[in-house]
Design a binder for this molecule. Sequence first.
Ligand code: AMP
Length: 214
Amino acid sequence: MKVILLGAPGAGKGTQAKRIAADYDIPHISTGDIFRENIKNNTQLGLRAKEYMDQGLLVPDELVLELIMDRFKAPDCKNGYVLDGFPRTIPQAKALDKALEENNDSIEYAINVDVADEVIIDRMAGRRACLSCGRTYHIKTLKPKTEGICDYCNSNLVLRDDDKPDTVKKRLAVYHEQTQPLLEYYDKKGILYNVDGTGGIDKIYNDIIRIIEA
Ligand code: AMP
């Protein structure tokens, strides 16, 4: 099964993608996580991506495509994947389609997790991330067992630079301009599904499952 989760930054794609991945035994591929991992490890790719990420801008398509096409070659992708944060531009979506078509393959579901901008700005200000393992929490809705500490690796939780309100506003503007056109792109292909991203995490997940299992 090949699924794309679409939606603005902070819509909750990552949380839902992790559950889909676990329940369907397919990898959760987040380009944002891959970039953050590279930044943590001080790789060339990380250094190049960080320049853009810190400003709330998208990393250039060629850099993203090089990385993602390489990721698709890994054996764990043989039964599909759930994509979170990719594609984010029309050229990325077209490149993905082309790569899949070469193998007579295609994306089955593009699921848009729909959340209004104001809700996102509020949510992201409360988001806390573990820079060691990449897990994210929320000070109100997804609290760690001990305040400020990651449940899994005991590292300190921080407000990521790209979750700070000014950067979030910039990221939302970038989303509306460059990523939102993907909704129409996938709608035309007949594979776009919308879910309301403002209910509880379980309700949103059930809505997604209903689409995938239909
Ligand atoms: P995310 O965690 O998905 O919100 O991604 C964090 C940041 O990584 C974004 O604001 C972009 O700067 C960069 N990024 C992640 N995925 C992509 C992508 N598919 N295309 C361009 N930039 C990306």
